[in-house]
Ligand binder design. Structure first.
Ligand code: NAP
Length: 640
């Protein structure tokens, strides 16, 4: 892999033409990196971390920074010297100091993994089975071909491992295949909702569902993953066979015939948000019209002239309900609790031509652009989600930082309501910010609620009749009901039956509290790995795609360990599991999403969070960077 990037002088004219659209922090970092001149990290150009990738500076200062940096880059391009790919440690420490006022070693380490030069893949396995254990037959089974399953598939492929991905759908993509509701898009910036080593020419700042699906499809095709996927094939159960030290995996093939396949390791990449939850409302069976969940959108319905009931006001409903409001005669939205909204003006904006030119043509620009989005979000606002024991707790704030966030977000909602002050008691949440997902908004939500054909009902739905929905003792007519009521996120790995060593059933072992070391491994379930497993969800910090890269790295390193040590199984020790679980549960108990008792999919039926990562991002990156053999019991096969 090359350590430098050649830069053609043909870029010069484009740079001059398009530099006016450059994100200033990206340009400053690029110029300082390429020239090695750290004095370009000028104090007066320091970005405001909260608004990255933009600078937050006044337009004149932005212009000055662009002009100076473009001139320095033009000189560097004209010199004909290739540009170094990887920033130096000195550079990264200077950046941490300049942009984040930090000299923390963990932050410096985070910055070093955060930057990925385009065309490089620093976490790809540096070994293959042919080199490490050429005579050893070894097979992996992966369940699911969503963004996590494809990621782990790539790592297995790179290591030359024989593997099959079983996918119950007829297509790759998981959640991005299933969710096709109107205006479905990611609420994570496109450039970090991307594998770090596989940049993309995103047309919008927040990728639309079909564009993400295309990205994943191309990724699977270009990396030779499609030939490993068996579509329309569902995994029903998996049983660890102690004699052979292999997993026997029950599948239901496309002809609905049951079969058993076996493998040395089993990787679950089944996702968390793919089991739709429709509440068990009295009378629902007797509803005369169509009623469906947002993840199972009925595209045959023309909403024109219809009376539509939308139940739920989570991330999905806030995306599809505005479109329904533009089409239907009336939309009644049933809200049990109001969502906090994160102002995001660019949520539905396309990326302009000049900015796209820079992203696609100016070498390393897109890598630094991703870096400026990734880093502040990786550090995130965990402090604002942490309960301060010295802060007098209230029902709406758990610390001073959390209160500051509440005030900020309340200000946004108040501004959105404008002269419709009657909306305020309905739209300002009565629980702390961060207790459930804060939903990105560009002004569309409150504008929708202000429409004449939209009614916001703030009482829980008590029942359904043949022609309507009952709440606050009133029946309101409905021709169609759309459930935006979320998913059974805490039911990890269901509805599969997973049986480990000694005949142990995984769901019995877990009870309500699913837990796996780093979300990945579980004692008595040797050679089983969970992608996006318990406590790897993210709320106010981290990056879900990068966490999946960390998980895939850990799986690949585990396979390497099994092969290099010539052992056949690795089982997490009970001791390691318990110390990890105690740490995670103790931290979760002091995070706003668990402590506040606010109802959400972040909590299980016992009120505990088995969903969210409660520690700093770096702890996860570091904890998954290597496999420590002392955490596992390594065994020879019982029977060959
Ligand atoms: P959700 O966040 O779980 O929201 C479910 C909504 O349904 C909530 O408003 C909930 O009310 C309500 N609800 C649940 N049961 C109800 C009942 N019995 N009666 C009345 N209301 C009920 O689900 P979601 O909107 O599908 O989103 C799930 C997650 O998927 C998101 O948090 C996000 O992580 C992900 N997602 C991401 C995107 C994106 O990237 N753009 C888009 C969609 C979803 P309460 O709040 O009172 O419980």
């Amino acid at each position: 892999m090359s350590t430098t990037t050649p830069v053609s002088t043909t870029v010069l004219a484009g740079l001059e033409e398009h530099v006016h659209a450059a994100a200033v922090p990206t340009l400053v970092l690029l110029a300082a990196h390429v020239t090695g001149d750290l004095s370009l990290l000028r104090p007066e150009w320091k970005p405001s971390a909260a608004v990255l990738p933009q600078s937050g500076l006044d337009p004149a200062t932005d212009e000055e920074a662009r002009a100076v940096c473009a001139a320095r880059l033009a000189e560097a391009i004209s010199s004909g010297e290739p540009w170094p790919n990887q920033p130096t440690e000195e550079f990264l420490r200077a950046v941490a100091d300049w942009a984040l006022d930090s000299d923390d070693d963990d932050i410096a380490a985070l910055l070093s993994v955060a930057f990925v030069a385009e065309g490089t893949d620093p976490r790809a396995p540096r070994w293959t089975i042919d080199e490490v254990a050429p005579d050893r037959p070894f097979r992996a089974i992966v369940i699911g071909s969503g963004i996590a399953g494809l990621m782990v598939g790539l790592r297995l492929k790179q290591a030359g491992i024989d593997f099959t991905i079983y996918e119950k759908a007829p297509h790759i993509g998981g959640t991005w295949w299933e969710n096709t509701y109107p205006d479905c898009r990611t609420d994570v910036h496109s450039h970090i909702y991307t594998y770090s080593f596989q940049a993309h020419d995103w047309p919008s700042y927040f990728g639309r569902q079909e564009v993400i699906l295309d990205y994943l499809t191309d990724f699977a095709k270009n990396n030779g993953l499609l030939e490993h996927i068996r579509f329309n094939t569902e995994v029903s159960d998996a049983t660890w066979d102690e004699q052979s030290s292999r997993w026997n995996v029950g599948i239901i093939d496309p002809d609905r015939k049951a079969a058993v396949e076996s493998a040395d390791i089993l990787v679950s990449a089944v996702g968390q948000l793919n089991r739709p939850m429709i509440p068990d409302l009295p009378g629902l069976d007797g509803f005369s019209g169509p009623a469906f969940h947002s993840a199972e959108w009925d595209h045959s319905i023309d909403f024109t002239g219809k009376n539509v009931a939308v139940i739920g006001t989570g991330a999905s409903a806030l995306q599809f309900a505005p479109t329904l409001a533009r089409q239907a005669a009336k939309v009644t939205i049933y809200q049990r609790s109001a969502p906090w909204l994160m102002p995001t003006p660019e949520l539905r904006q396309e990326i302009g031509e000049s900015e796209r030119w820079l992203l696609n043509n100016l070498p390393l620009y897109r890598s630094f652009y991703r870096f400026t989005i990734f880093v502040p979000r990786a550090i995130g606002q965990l402090d604002a989600a942490t309960v301060d024991p010295n802060y007098p707790p209230t029902e709406v704030a758990v610390s001073e930082a959390n209160e500051r966030l509440r005030v900020l977000l309340t200000g946004y909602l108040t501004e959105q309501a404008g002269d419709r002050t009657d909306l305020l008691p309905k739209i300002i949440p009565d629980y702390p910010a961060g207790a459930k997902r804060i939903i990105r908004d560009d002004g569309t939500w409150v504008a929708t609620l202000k429409r004449d054909n939209v009614e916001l009902v703030t009482s829980a739905v008590s029942g359904i009749t043949a022609d309507g929905v009952v709440a606050d003792g009133t029946e309101r007519p409905a021709d169609v009901i759309v459930f935006g009521t979320g998913f059974r996120a805490s039911d990890f790995l269901t509805p599969m039956t997973v049986t480990g060593a000694g005949g142990k059933d995984l769901h019995d072992a877990w009870g309500l509290d699913a837990c796996a070391y780093m979300g990945l491994t579980i004692p008595d379930f040797p050679n089983l790995f969970c992608m996006y497993g318990p406590n790897t969800g993210l709320v106010l910090h981290g990056n879900v795609v990068f966490f999946m890269e960390c998980q895939a790295n850990y799986v690949a390193k585990s396979v390497e360990l099994l092969l290099r040590e010539d052992v056949h199984s690795m089982s997490l020790t009970q001791e390691k599991f318990e110390s990890y679980r105690d740490e995670i549960f103790a931290a979760s108990a002091h995070r706003v999403w668990e402590w506040s008792g606010t109802h959400s999919w972040y909590q299980n039926a016992a009120g505990r969070s088995t969903i969210m990562w409660p520690l700093p991002t770096w702890d996860y990156v570091e904890g998954t960077s290597e496999v420590d053999p002392s955490h596992y019991t390594l065994n020879e096969r019982n029977h060959r």
